[in-house]
Design a protein around this ligand. Sequence first.
Ligand code: SAM
Length: 308
Amino acid sequence: MEEKHIPVLLKESLSYLITDKQGAYFDGTIGFGGHASKFLEVLDPVEAKLVATEVDKDAYDFSKAKFQSDNRVRLYNTNFSEIDTVSKIEFIEHFDGIFADLGVSSFQLDNPESGFTYRSQSPLDLRLDKTKQISASDVINGFTEEEIADILYQFGEEKNSRRIAQRIVQQRGFREIETTTELAGIIEDLTPSQHLNKTLSRVFQALRIYVNDELGVLREFLIKSVELLKTGGNIVILTYHSLEDRVVKDFFKNESLSCVCPPDFPICVCDKVKRLEVLTRKPVAPSSEEIEINRRARSAKLRAARRV
Ligand SMILES: C[S@@+](CC[C@H](N)C(=O)[O-])C[C@H]1O[C@@H](n2cnc3c(N)ncnc32)[C@H](O)[C@@H]1O
């Protein structure tokens, strides 16, 4: 079978996730099933269960076919923020472990038809779920200059956001900006060549995060996951950029505190309950050997926490 995506931090994900081989697990981003295959290899062949979601229809279809003969797998073509709905359908009250490997797969990034790469021409879309209302083209051709600049700054940390937004608005006055390469061309005109690749990836990252509300659905997923995790079960999240890593880090930190009262309060009045024990004080990063084999692993960070 063609290699669509090399799973990142595979051994580390496995060792943090599986606490009971007969348990029920959730993989929020099954993609092409790289991590899931490894989990299933280790899990009990009869008693275990793996419930998974995947928002991209092509990746969903691929994994549906890949795992069709494995009765332990239940797969849903939906957002992982629907974890509560899916667990109800499956009559699962609590999972033994919850996993997500965020972002997009190598296949989505490399395949021009998926529309995630600025290296080849494809419609300016960037939606993971093509049934969603707003695409990158709607943002670029319909939002105000200020709104575009804010998106590039907030979700891409792009310092040149105002100039880029201004040029986009100028250009679309002549003609709609329809493709990834047209947008890339506008940015290329404004950017010194030594900064071009990083600027392009920040702009496309910002649009992708905005269009898919990636930080919003991640927060929703984390909040629901804590409720759905069995005591002693682990949640394991792989992130690929600082914004999503910060969301996970802050969430784990907050859930690991038993009091959030100001330090000068004589007694605790906050009623805060500690629900997570952080297992990775520093995030786990791939080894240099792994990065050499798979360059896409270089920005990965794994964070894990245990439900208490
Ligand atoms: C990095 S890939 C996962 C690869 C997978 N672990 C493997 O080994 O094949 C991320 C996948 O998550 C999907 N995805 C991203 N955000 C999602 C979300 N909010 N809900 C469900 N799937 C999502 C993407 O479509 C992509 O297929």
